[in-house]
Design a protein around this ligand. Structure first.
Ligand code: SF4
Ligand code: SF4
Length: 100
């Protein structure tokens, strides 16, 4: 029989990936996150690829731009303040879309 302490220990040993896996999403057909490419191209640190907890942003060297996997967004809002060039325009997804 699993007691409460065992359950608590199990939950604290879950990896971030395992915890993210339990989220359920209803993605919109259009992204609720937009990036201004003019400002974005000035950014050498690509900070959004580091601070976003859901790995929504990835840098595409081939096309020299940020790719946005908005479907996985956790709606934490960090990209509004985390982008050093304020190049990210974030709005919460329109209900019923987003995290369920
Ligand atoms: S942090 Fe902002 S400016 Fe830098 S790569 Fe990401 S979106 Fe572009
Ligand atoms: S709101 Fe949070 S999870 Fe969504 S893209 Fe911005 S930093 Fe990533």
């Amino acid at each position: 029989m699993v007691n409460a302490q065992t359950k608590q220990n199990e939950s604290t040993t879950d990896t971030i990936e395992e915890k993210l896996y339990v989220n359920r999403f209803c993605p919109d057909t259009e992204s609720h996150i937009k990036v201004n490419p003019t400002f974005c191209n000035l950014c050498s640190g690509k900070e959004c690829t580091k601070f976003c907890p859901a790995n929504v942003f990835s840098w595409c060297q081939l096309n020299d731009r940020i790719i946005i996997g908005y479907e996985n967004c956790l709606e934490c809002g960090a990209c509004n303040s985390g982008c050093p060039f304020e190049a990210i325009d974030y709005l919460h997804p329109t209900p019923p879309h987003g995290i369920l």
